[in-house]
Design a protein around this ligand. Structure first.
Ligand code: ADP
Length: 447
């Protein structure tokens, strides 16, 4: 601006100087005939020209400075209410309006951005936004598990980096207008990927990729499938025996003197099925977290007495001596779940014992208010390699031995769930051929 004004002012001044000089010469010497004198006169006035040019330069510069300086001093971010001179009033008004619009739009954009960030950053799902060339435009924190951010200086693009092929494939599909859903596994986790095209005025401008971590659901599904398969298998075994015995009886293949024996076999197998169904019902009741269980004061010592009475017939058969140590200890708990827990522990302590062995149940409270219930036996013990797994559903060290003793493989699983329900801690100590001790530690409860 300054240069333009300066240039034009200079041109005008030079032109004015020439016109003035020429005019002066023509006025003083109107006759073109006296050309020699005309030439001399013109030459005499020529020395004025450089001086005039210098004056013109200075005048032009000063003028340009006066015109442009106030304009330079205008702060476009804070244009103010007044204009430096009248000609600038419309320009200032336009600058102020532009400034207001820009501020408004920046604020709207900022609000939208903050809202978008708040949503995507708090999402446990991974989120990626890519353009038509698969450049990553936006990603949330969770996306780092799927697609780590590129090293500084490297392009953030789905191609050529560490992007899993499934995600690349889904994004490419979305960019040609095909919404894509697929499952994939990465670093021992499962993801459900949804890729959707992003449209702008009927044109695909990019794609949104969302990945849901479905690991827990997949694991639950696998457990459920395994559980169903186990239940079917466990029920089928006694049922097959029952059908076999009944068929022999029906076809008259059993001599009358052995009919009683077959009857007891059928009874035993049916009992086993009932125990299994009872255990499954108990387990699903303990696992059902939809309703908070009703807590009541329960005396663990009294419960242990009842449990020992329940296993006494089996203990007398072996024989195994039963004893109860400690004192009355009342905790807030679910009576049925606690009873199942103690009965299952005592039942195992007798079942996996040896003739002449013993079972000791101890109930005591310590100074910190913690209540401890332990069931110790002098039985066969649990081999070390099996110890970490005995609390799993249907896990048995010796399947046929457990079955022969009427075990379902669910007893310790019920104990584990009941323990968890009471926020208690479970400890297992076992020495093969020496014995086993299982301790449940209930946390101190406020009165
Ligand atoms: P089960 O119905 O087979 O007894 P549990 O879940 O109660 O099922 O126990 C799982 C497995 O742990 C048993 O099959 C058995 O091998 C082992 N076990 C449990 N308690 C004892 C114990 N007190 N002594 C030795 N082994 C035990």
């Amino acid at each position: 601006m300054k240069q333009t004004v300066f240039r034009w002012a200079l041109i005008l001044l030079i032109a004015a100087v020439f016109i003035t000089a020429l005019a002066a010469v023509l006025i003083t010497h109107p006759g073109p005939k006296d050309t020699e004198f005309f030439t001399r006169e013109v030459q005499e006035t020529l020395w004025v020209l450089p001086a005039l040019v210098i004056v013109a330069i200075l005048a032009a510069y000063t003028m340009a400075w006066h015109v442009t300086d106030p304009i330079h001093r205008i702060d476009p971010e804070q244009p103010g209410e007044t204009a430096p001179y009248e000609e600038l009033v419309p320009l200032m008004a336009r600058i102020r309006e532009q400034d207001r619009l820009i501020r408004q739009q920046t604020e709207t954009l900022g609000r939208a951005r903050r809202g978008f960030d708040a949503i995507t950053e708090n999402m446990s799902e991974s989120f990626l936004l890519v353009d038509r060339r698969l450049n990553v435009l936006s990603r949330n924190v969770s996306a780092k598990y799927l697609l780590p951010a590129p090293e500084p200086g490297k392009p953030d693009n789905l191609v050529g980096g560490s992007c899993p092929t499934e995600i690349l494939h889904a994004a490419e599909n979305a960019l040609v207008g095909r919404r894509t859903e697929l499952t994939m596994s990465l670093h021992d986790r499962y993801y459900y990927i949804i890729a959707t095209p992003v449209f702008s005025e009927d044109q695909i401008t990019g794609a949104v990729i969302i990945a849901l971590d479905t690991t827990e659901r997949e694991e639950r599904e696998a457990l459920r499938r395994e559980f169903s398969a186990n239940v079917s298998h466990e029920l089928k075994t006694p049922l097959t025996s029952i059908v076999g015995f009944a068929e022999l009886l029906k076809d008259g293949m059993v001599p009358p003197e052995r009919a009683g024996e077959f009857g007891s076999d059928i009874y035993r197998e049916a009992q086993r099925m009932i125990s299994l169904v009872d255990d499954i019902i108990e387990l699903s009741r303990l696992e059902d977290e939809s309703e908070a269980p009703e807590m009541e004061p329960v005396d663990l010592y009294g419960l242990a007495e009842e449990a020992l009475e329940q296993v006494r017939p089996a203990a007398e058969k072996l024989p195994v001596t039963l004893s109860l140590k400690g004192e009355s200890a009342v905790i807030q708990g679910v009576r049925t779940a606690l009873k199942e827990m103690v009965v299952n522990l005592c039942d195992n302590a007798v079942k996996y014992n040896r003739p002449g062995g013993s079972v000791t149940v101890t109930v005591e409270k310590n100074d910190a208010g913690e209540t401890r219930l332990s069931v110790e036996d002098t039985g066969i013990g649990i081999p070390y390699e099996h110890q970490p797994r005995v609390f799993e559903r249907f896990y048995r060290v010796d399947k046929s031995h457990s079955r022969a003793l009427g075990g379902t493989g669910l007893g310790l699983s019920i104990v584990k769930h009941a323990t968890r329900m009471h926020k208690a801690r479970l400890e297992l100590w076992s020495e093969p051929d020496t014995g086993t001790r299982i301790t449940v530690r209930f946390p101190g409860q406020k009165a």
